[in-house]
Structures are given as C-alpha cells and as structure tokens.
Design a protein around this ligand. Structure first.
Ligand code: SAM
Ligand code: SF4
Length: 518
C-alpha cells in the first residue's frame, strides 16, 4: 500500500503584507524538519502549520516556531487575525459550501474559528428543506443576539437556502442580521462583509452557479481529514411537488469535467484519500468534457479514479430516473467506487409517487436495485422516505413498508411530510399530523431493524477502514468501512488518515467495533 504522509510537503500560496497573493518559501527551517521538532515535543503538526500561515501573513516569515519566542509570536499572530465561524445545517452540499466560504474568507485574512465565541464573522449556512430546519435558524439567531449586544462589531451572515427563499424577510424578523447570501453568491462574501462594515445590509441572492465555482478560491493548505466532498452538480429541474430545492438552488448546472478533476487532484495533493461527488441530483451530471462532449457521472467517476492518491469514491444524492446503465456498470468495473448507494425512494405507492411527480414507479425502483446487486453483490443501499404525503392512505403506506421489506436498507433517512410554502403539495389536503407521526414511527422501526441486521451481518468479517478521527476512548481511532458504516478500533495514532484492514468483532447501536489485523 502506498505511504500516505500525514502532513504533505507544503509550498503555500500566502498573502503578502499588501494583501496580494504570492508564492513564498515557508521558513528558514525546512517545514519537515520543523514538523519533526514540533512533534518530538508532543505537539500537533496541524497547529504548527496554522501558525506558520498566520505569522507569514503578518510578514514574520523567518521565525523559528519551535522556539519559545517563535511560539509566542505565532500565538499572537493567530490571536490578532480576524476569525470566521461557519455553522452548517442540512445536507452535505452545505458542508462543502461552508468549507468554500471559510476559504473565501481566508483569502481576505480571516482565520477559521471552531466556535462563535471569538468570531468576528458568524455565518449560518442554512437549510430550508423542512419547516423544522428553517425554524432552527430563527432560534439560533435569537441566541446570537446576546453575543451581538456584547460585541456590536461582530457580523452575522445568513447563507444558504433560507437566505435564498426568505430574503429580506429574515432581516425584518431579526434585524441583527448583517448579510444575506444565497447559495450561488458565496464568492461575493468578502465584498459583502466589507459593505456590512460600512453599515449597509447587503443581500446577494442571484442564480449564477458557474460564476461562483469559477471565482471561489481553491484550497492549498493540508486537509485535516482524509475525506472530502466535491460538488459537481447543483440545482434541480425535476420539481417534485414536495420540494423547495428547484426554487432555492435554481436550475440544474454541471461543472465542467476538467474543473472537477483539477479540484479532485488538488484534494489528493492535500492528503485526501476519499472523495464524495455531490449534487442535488448528482447522477444527472452532464458536464462538459474533453472536446466539448458531455460527460455523464459514470465517465467522471472513472476519470477521478485515475487520480493518484484517491483510493475511494462515493457519490450522492442520486435520483432513480438517472441511474443509467453505465453508472450501474461502474459499480462492477471500478474498484475505487465504494459498494454503497443512497437512492431515495420516497414512497412505495405508485399513486403517491405520481402525486409527488417522481416520474418512476415502485417496480422500476426495485428493478434498479436488482441490477445494482448483480453488478456489485455486496452493495449497501440507503434511502430517503417521506410519510404522510397529501393523499397517502393506509394502503399506500403499506406499499411503502412492502418496498422497504423487499429492498432491505442498510441505512436510511425518513421524514414526516413538511408542507413548504410555494410548492404544489403544500396546497393539497393534508394528512392529520398524528396519523403521519404514527406511520413514521412504524416505518422507522422497520428501517432500524434492517440497519441493525446489516451491521450484525458484518460481525466476524473483514472491513477496510479509512481512519479519519480519534475514537471515543483513549487509544481508539474511528473511520468508515467501504459500506459507510462507522467503525472504531484500538490502534496506533499513526494509522490516522490511512486505510487498514479491521476484523469486526461487535455491532453497537450506531457503529461497529473492530480489531486490527496485522
Ligand atoms: N434529489 C434527491 C432525490 O430526488 O431523491 C433528494 C434531495 S432532498 C434535498 C433530500 C430529502 O429530503 C428528500 O429525499 C426527501 O426525502 C426529503 N424532503 C424534501 N422535501 C421534503 C418535505 N417537504 N418534507 C419532508 N421531507 C422532504
Ligand atoms: Fe427535490 Fe430531489 Fe425532487 Fe429535485 S429531484 S425536486 S432535489 S427531491
């Protein structure tokens, strides 16, 4: 197996004193010598690199950060930097966007903060998919009020789908908000913060996905985790009658393949081993490829698999209508494509699927699962379900239970239908809440029993685990199996960021316990 450096060699693009970006040598000590010295004192190399960036941005490039004086200067440089804290809600695309917003602000001299406590800029990256998700934002804003009173120069930005959907209504309801920025305008954040500093309340909610991807800065600093999300497709043209996404994220847009591959390559060089390709309908990907031809997702996956350093590929979220033959075939032919697929079904009733405008039947869905299992017999299927959709009868619901019984899901997400203003289904006669809740309870009991069965079937088997964080107890690391199941094992810290074979010895409520194989 190829060796994976915990901290890859760094040749940073650092801001100079005037703010423009230029390439600089990292220090009078070579970085790797510095890291070994730092580590031999029991310190975390990531901290050294963070300080190295901070002192460089203050023009203190040559400092020895392993000396007492250097450490103090490094700490001061870190403390003097403005800080941004991004809190992410909802889907993985928001997690990806939050990282890109942090990077956009880093280019303007902001350091990332782990909490809002010492942040000069707090960004709430919001989700509008269900009512509960939206209401969470207003209660979070209520909580931030006290902090803003303590520190009036702190800026609060609402980003994401709530900003897009509710616009200035948010400022009317919560005047402490300084900036509103929709999902297609994150590249404008530094300029919006500068406007807010002049006392204005800028609002940016245009739909310009291509411009956003072109203008967001690319990350070059080493990545703390060996896994990364990479958005390849945004927006949706399908207009399911329950869903706000086509209104908040706009029309379908696929990034050109060359840009996606360049970003994947950059991530590999930062130490990433596993990439999850993201899109609201990722398998509807139709990006421009070589010679101006359109590439589908299967072609893109095969090209990402060629990148040195990338060992694992996943993709989410897929729509059953776009599960093409070549994509199913990729599960058989591409060893780096993990045996896991999240394929929302929403319902097992054809009548409800029609009312949802899903454009497929339960039988067509089952046929896709069958083909996937022929292509990759050990594939683990995950799904999304909505219960209590307008017009759903007990008979319709029992069709959903039957479909779930037939598929056997290893993981799942199930929701009570939440009427979203402006969507067609919100206008229909609603299922009484207590009926919907009782159905959800029954569905979740079945799905949970399937998840437990899938985990228990792993006991005694080998799993290849990518360790990505410390475990709950000392001496443990935790990561994910090929099937995206959480696994923890007692092992040496040196395995962090690496793939290793683990024997599964126990199934626990939401994870698997394993032991290392030598
Ligand atoms: N594009 C994916 C697809 O077509 O299946 C789904 C993406 S959507 C952002 C994520 C999930 O949220 C959906 O699969 C659905 O189960 C759930 N969802 C969306 N709108 C909802 C609503 N109004 N009420 C309850 N759940 C909802
Ligand atoms: Fe929403 Fe997915 Fe339907 Fe698009 S396909 S409208 S994102 S549920």
């Amino acid at each position: 197996m190829k060796k994976f450096p915990l901290v890859p060699p760094l040749s940073p693009i650092l801001p100079n004193r005037g703010g423009a970006r230029e390439s600089r040598p990292s220090s009078i000590l070579s970085l790797s010598a510095e890291i070994s010295k730092f580590r031999s004192r029991g310190r975390d190399a990531a901290k050294l690199i963070e300080r190295r960036f901070a002192v460089a941005s203050c023009g203190l490039d040559g400092l020895d950060l392993t000396s007492g004086e250097g450490i103090a200067a490094g700490r001061k440089a870190m403390a003097d930097k403005k800080k941004v804290f991004v809190k992410s809600y909802g889907c993985q695309m928001n997690v990806y966007d939050s990282e890109r917003m942090t990077e956009a602000m880093a280019a303007s001299g902001y350091a990332a903060s782990e909490s809002e406590k010492d942040a000069d800029l707090v960004i709430l990256n919001t989700c509008h998919i269900r009512e509960k998700a939206t209401e969470k934002i207003y209660s979070e804003l209520g909580r931030l009020k006290a902090r803003k009173i303590e520190n009036p120069s702190m800026r609060i930005a609402v980003a994401g789908c709530v900003a897009q959907a509710e616009g200035e209504e948010i400022i009317a309801r919560q005047p402490l908000v300084d900036i509103l920025v929709g999902p297609q305008s994150y590249h404008r954040l530094p300029e919006l913060v500068a406007e807010a500093d002049k006392g204005r309340k800028p609002v940016a909610t245009e739909f310009l996905a291509d411009e956003k991807f072109d203008r967001l800065p690319a990350s070059t600093s080493p990545k703390k985790s060996p896994t990364a999300f990479l958005t390849v497709q945004e927006g949706c043209d399908k207009f399911c009658t329950f869903c706000v996404v086509p209104y908040t994220r706009g029309a379908e847009y696929s990034r050109p393949a060359a840009r996606v591959l360049a970003e994947a390559d950059r991530q590999a060089k930062r130490g990433v081993r596993e990439i999850t390709l993201l899109g609201q309908n990722v398998n509807a990907y139709r990006g421009e490829g070589a010679g101006g031809r359109r590439w589908g997702l299967a072609r893109l996956i095969l090209a990402v698999a060629e990148i040195d350093g990338i060992e694992r590929i996943r993709y989410t979220t897929s729509h059953p209508r776009d599960m093409t033959e070549d994509l199913i075939e990729a599960h058989a032919s591409c060893g780096k494509l993990m045996p896991y697929l999240h394929l929302p079904a929403q319902s097992g009733s054809d009548k409800v699927l029609r009312a949802m405008n899903r454009k497929h039947t339960a039988e067509q869905y089952l046929k896709i699962i069958e083909k996937l299992r022929v292509a990759r017999p050990d594939i683990l299927i995950s799904g999304d379900f909505i219960v209590g959709f307008p017009g759903e009868t007990e008979r319709d619901f029992s069709d959903t239970l039957s479909l779930v019984g037939e598929v056997g899901y290893g993981q799942s997400y199930s929701f009570r239908y939440s009427p979203r203003p402006g969507t067609p289904a919100a206008e229909k006669k609603q299922v009484p809440p207590d009926v919907a809740s009782e159905r959800l309870h029954r569905l979740q009991a079945l799905l949970k029993s399937q998840q437990i069965a899938a985990q228990e079937s792993m006991v005694g088997r080998l799993a290849n685990v990518l360790f990505e964080r410390k475990g709950r107890f000392d001496g443990q690391l935790a990561g994910k199996s090929e099937h995206l199941q959480a696994v923890h094992a007692s092992c040496d810290d040196s395995l962090m960021g690496k793939l290793a074979a683990v024997r599964i010895i126990r199934s626990e409520p939401n994870s698997l316990a394993g032991e290392m194989i030598n």
